[in-house]
Design a protein around this ligand. Structure first.
Ligand code: PLP
Length: 388
């Protein structure tokens, strides 16, 4: 018998598994080209040419000693390059001692939570949110507390006021946001940070902010995504190249700690140790080296923006109610009729696979992921238009 914790967690996320299995069955039954799968956030775009060039260069290195165990935080020179990049781009003025290489953002968030949480500590997440957060928090014996965003998917401080307690240890925010595509603007973030500072004082304790930023560069209309990490002392950035280089299978990212964090050296010691004892030991060596050479390289954002424009225009014209995404490769319309589970069944009957809002803890919506080919998107939209 497996652990009760994992058994329950698997049950809870079974709709994802069911959808995956249904998709596979449908593809067998109707043919792959007749099933329009908009459920997965797994980009079909290939990484930029520069990525393969760097890999070729790295594979020609012999006896470089780069494949041994290393500091749990990763290669010093790569961390230094990242710190310089963040400083230059005004994302965070920092140095290499505040950068810890991670196994993607998922790995980074787990390392941060492991470092921070004691049994029963509360972590606030903002619905709708990336479903894995709940499992990540519970992995480290934390308690998930859900705060609702408003109807435009912006942070709602009135709601947050009801959720924050003396047991709140951390909050996770994600902008550009999966599943909504919302980017929090500077003013929103400033008010949010003021709120957190006030509550740190009120409860006389540290409240940590984890800014999950795997979609940082995927912003449309040339929006500059404001960086919350320098605004708040007790904050971490969890970054990943999964989306910006389209390499989610290669598992590479980093954690950046705000150098102004009181107690930063103890926290960083905790991050090193947690990287080790979670069994990551360190982020993949080759991928650290590659990412360090590709800090200014990314996939073509226009590729996603064009797809977003196509879907948004098509569905809005058909009568769907949608908050226009500002970034990422997701769109989160209201489910016609209001019942997201009933709606995804109707979509399935038209061979279209989308994810119910319930999976992101906001029922009444559904998520389209458009990091796929144009034909799939066009065919899926044709069917979705018929369902409104
Ligand atoms: N955070 C969000 C909001 C995501 O959407 C994802 C992946 O889709 C992750 C974290 C995990 O990313 P990674 O592949 O870097 O672990």
């Amino acid at each position: 018998m497996i652990s009760k914790f994992i058994y329950k967690a698997m049950e809870q996320s079974s709709w994802i598994r069911r959808m995956f299995e249904t998709g596979n069955e449908m593809k067998k039954k109707f043919g792959k080209e007749n099933v329009f799968d908009l459920s997965l956030g797994n980009p079909i775009i290939e990484p930029p040419t520069e990525f393969f060039e760097v890999l070729e260069k790295l594979s020609s290195l012999r006896s470089s000693g780069k494949h041994r165990y290393m500091s749990n935080a990763g290669f010093d020179d790569v961390r230094e390059k990242i710190a310089n990049y963040l400083s230059k781009k005004n994302l965070l003025k920092t140095d290499k001692n505040h950068i810890i290489m991670s196994v993607g953002a998922g790995g980074g968030i787990n390392v941060i939570l492991k470092t921070l949480l004691d049994q029963g500590d509360e972590v606030i997440v903002f619905a709708p949110f990336f479903a894995e957060y709940e499992f990540y928090i519970r992995n480290h014996h934390g308690k998930v507390v859900i705060s609702e965003t408003d109807d435009q998917f912006n942070l709602d401080l009135k709601n947050l006021e009801k959720k924050i307690t003396p047991k709140t240890k951390a909050l996770i925010i994600n902008s550009p946001n999966n599943p909504t595509g919302r980017i929090y603007d500077e003013q929103t973030l400033r008010e949010f940070v003021q709120f957190l500072n006030d509550h740190q004082k009120k409860y006389n304790k540290d409240i940590y902010l984890i800014s999950d930023e795997p979609y940082r560069e995927i912003a449309f209309n040339n929006i500059k995504v404001p960086s919350v990490v320098p605004m708040y002392e007790n904050s971490f950035m969890a970054y990943s190249w999964s989306k910006s280089l389209a390499v989610p299978g290669d598992r590479i990212g980093y954690i950046a700690v705000n150098p102004a964090m009181p107690n930063a050296s103890q926290v960083i010691g905790g991050l090193f140790f947690s990287t080790r004892i979670l069994g990551f030991v360190n982020a993949p060596a080759i991928m650290q080296l590659a990412a360090g050479e590709l800090l200014d390289t990314m996939v073509d954002i226009n590729y996603y923006e064009k797809k977003k424009n196509y879907i948004y225009d098509k569905l809005v014209r058909a009568g769907y109610d949608i908050v226009e995404p500002e970034g990422t490769f997701y769109i989160f319309p209201k489910a016609p009729g209001g019942d997201d589970l009933a709606f995804i069944e109707k979509a399935k009957d038209k061979n279209v696979l989308v994810v119910p809002g319930l999976g992101f803890r906001r029922s009444g919506h559904f998520r389209i992921s458009y990091c796929t080919d144009d034909r799939t998107i066009e065919k899926a939209c044709e069917q979705l238009v018929k369902l409104v």
